[in-house]
Design a protein around this ligand. Structure first.
Ligand SMILES: Nc1ncnc2c1ncn2[C@@H]1O[C@H](COP(=O)(O)OP(=O)(O)OP(=O)(O)O)[C@@H](O)[C@H]1O
Length: 292
């Protein structure tokens, strides 16, 4: 079962950037991290997925078209920018939701207010950037929905806020095992700790969601017993260096690399997996998006 599907989403932004066509399926019960360099189109994608744009294509949430009431009631969206709430006080927004939003869980909201120490009577525009984001997170996550679309939710949060949000998201998945979370991020630690799947975004296009653990296994650093002619041409090779007298290679396709080395009887002294801190930037480099 999928919580979200989209077909042929296309959105032109000015003369220089086009999102899509995007085809995406988000399985129930998963957390997906959307990663991409600045300007790759993550925010444009989230705006498109939330139905908040004039563009082509179709997005369905739990089988309902994104523009239908049933779909709107089934997801929460924390955008990167939220100009429409800035002139309100949190209390006013809470009152609006409590009066008009069937998905509203007031107890949950009060817990967020305490946990994030949110002032209810101050205009949101007068809060710090991080507190503004916490306020929007509190409002959106107090809605009882099964799909969360979060555009860089950790950006601007202090360390305590990041830890709190991480726990909140894990708790959400525990409480609603058939729900899904899709979040954009630049933070490798959050991908490591939260994501089941990774969607790589580049130049307005996405690759299919890939299982984080399977993807991570492909990136290895390998130490060789002796220099090998032609090692730069090994499938998946990303870097070759020498540590003392020991050649060291970095690959994004460990299986193909090791097969190539085995066929030439090259002895491997040691191998280790790359951390996501090292592998995510490699995934986002030009060559990698075509290969991974
Ligand atoms: N209103 C707009 N008019 C024209 N172009 C736009 C507009 N908004 C965004 N763009 C362009 O769309 C592209 C994608 O921007 P977007 O904000 O979606 O990227 P992003 O991946 O979220 O980047 P970041 O990591 O910096 O937040 C960029 O080239 C940007 O210049």
């Amino acid at each position: 079962m999928h919580t979200l599907t989209c077909q042929n989403i296309v959105r032109k932004m000015g003369d220089d950037f086009t999102l899509g066509p995007i085809n995406l399926e988000i399985p129930a019960g998963t957390i997906t991290a959307v990663i991409g360099n600045n300007g790759a189109g993550k925010t444009t994608l989230f705006e498109a997925l939330s139905g908040d744009y004039p563009g082509e294509g179709e997005t369905n949430i739990f089988g309902h078209n994104i523009h239908d009431v049933e779909a709107k009631a089934a997801f929460s969206y924390v955008p990167q920018r939220f100009p429409e709430v800035l002139s309100f006080r949190l209390q006013q927004l809470r009152n609006l939701h409590a009066a008009h939003d069937d998905s509203w869980e007031d107890k949950r909201f009060q817990n967020f207010v305490q946990e994030f120490k949110l002032p209810l009577r101050k205009k949101i525009s007068k809060l710090s950037v991080g507190m503004q984001r916490k306020a929007v997170i509190a409002l959106q996550l107090s809605r009882d929905t099964s799909l969360l679309l979060l555009d860089e939710p950790f950006a601007g949060l202090d360390m305590e806020g990041q830890t709190q949000l991480e726990k909140i998201l894990i708790r959400k998945m525990d409480d609603d095992p058939d729900g899904s979370i899709v979040f954009a991020t630049h933070i490798a630690d959050e991908v490591q700790r939260l994501a089941d799947y990774i969607v790589i975004m580049k130049d307005g296009k996405t690759r299919e969601p890939m299982e984080k653990d399977i993807l991570a296994q492909r990136f290895k650093r390998i130490w060789l017993a002796k220099p090998v002619t032609g090692v730069e041409e090994v499938p998946g090779i990303r870097e070759v260096s020498v540590e003392g007298a020991t050649p060291q290679i970095l690959t994004s396709d460990a299986e193909a690399t090791e097969k190539w080395l085995a066929e030439r009887d090259v002895q491997i002294l040691k191998r280790e997996r790359l951390s996501l801190h090292e592998s995510l930037p490699l995934m986002l480099r030009d060559r990698e998006t075509n290969e991974v």
